[in-house]
Write a protein that binds this ligand. Structure first.
Ligand SMILES: [Zn+2]
Ligand SMILES: [Zn+2]
Length: 312
């Protein structure tokens, strides 16, 4: 297999673009796709300070790497969930990557600030671990970005993640989630950072190849709490469709984004809607749609059900 651009030895075929790349051309392709995502979706500019939420996995560390290569001001934020060996290893990978490149790293420790790791917290509130984890991460991602003066929060969600999520939302007609499933969510209200997903044009295997080629040392294991068997099933189904007819995944997700943009012109923008319904949480001051935000509700329940000292 030869690189379609330079005829060197190819390391990855990309059937959805009828092409194959060598190491150097793969890196160039990946960076160009991210640059295109950033400009087409008006995510941020070189003047913005961007906070990248990193887990130690290939997607988030590659995103940090690509933004650095492209010359953006990107720092890292890591939430230590306190899941034994998995958290220790992923945190070590993040620390090694950022310190070697002189990137600022902010860390939030669940065990220190919430008084317990994610598994104990989920037990206390009798809710599935992944859902509690989602609430906590969303809360701290936003709060840290706003408090530390970052205008944008970036996550490492890729095309596979977004297409699988879209499939799940469509199968259950979760229209309120569909409305909010774009690669750019505006900072519509004071107290909310703009949220972006610069990897949405890239498939998981393309990012994995980028990470290997660029010698990024990431944690290969998935979170032991597994991000929901349903999402893995949707990804598997989409991968089977993709191998039969390359381009299906991007046609599905990108096609949705195009239709969403047309719809937006016909109805009031999400920003206007959010401005009307959001207000500061009476407990912590973060923006929310109800009197008390979902994070504070969760922590109040954890405190009621156990002797957990609740932090900030
Ligand atoms: Zn090449
Ligand atoms: Zn709150």
């Amino acid at each position: 297999m030869r690189c379609r651009k330079c005829k060197g030895k190819a390391v990855l075929d990309v059937p959805r673009h009828h092409t194959a790349f060598c190491k150097a051309c793969l890196t160039e392709f990946v960076c160009a796709q991210v640059e295109r995502a950033i400009s087409e979706e008006r995510m941020f500019t070189k003047a913005d300070r961007v906070l990248v939420a990193v887990s130690g996995g290939k997607d988030s560390l590659s995103l940090l790497d690509i933004l650095g290569k492209l010359g953006y001001q990107a720092d890292a934020f890591y939430v230590d969930l306190g899941i034994g060996e998995y958290s220790r290893q992923s945190k070590a990978k993040v620390e090694r990557y950022t310190s070697a490149r002189g990137i600022s790293l902010h860390v939030h420790e669940l065990k220190e600030d919430e008084g317990a790791g994610i598994n104990d917290l989920a037990d206390l509130v009798h809710r599935p671990t992944c859902s509690v984890c989602g609430t906590l991460k969303r809360y701290h991602f936003n709060r840290t970005a706003v408090e530390k003066g970052y205008s944008v929060l970036a996550t490492g969600h890729n095309l596979d993640d977004e297409a699988a999520r879209l499939l799940g939302n469509v199968l259950h007609w979760q229209t309120e989630y569909l409305e909010k499933q774009g690669p750019t969510l505006p900072d519509s209200v004071e107290g909310f950072a703009k949220k972006v997903k610069p990897l949405y044009r890239l498939a998981e295997r393309e990012i994995a190849a980028y990470a290997v080629v660029n010698k990024i040392d990431y944690i290969v294991e998935e979170c032991p709490n597994a991000q929901g068997a349903k999402m893995l099933l949707y990804k598997d189904i989409l991968n089977r469709l993709e191998s039969e007819s390359p381009g299906t995944k991007q046609a599905f997700y990108w096609g949705f984004l195009t239709r969403q943009k047309t719809d937006e012109q016909a109805r009031p923008s999400m920003a206007e809607h959010d401005r009307a319904v959001l207000r500061p949480c009476v407990t912590c001051g973060q923006p929310t749609t109800s009197e008390i935000c979902s994070y504070c509700k969760l922590m109040a329940r954890a405190q009621k059900n156990g002797p957990t000292p609740v932090g900030s």
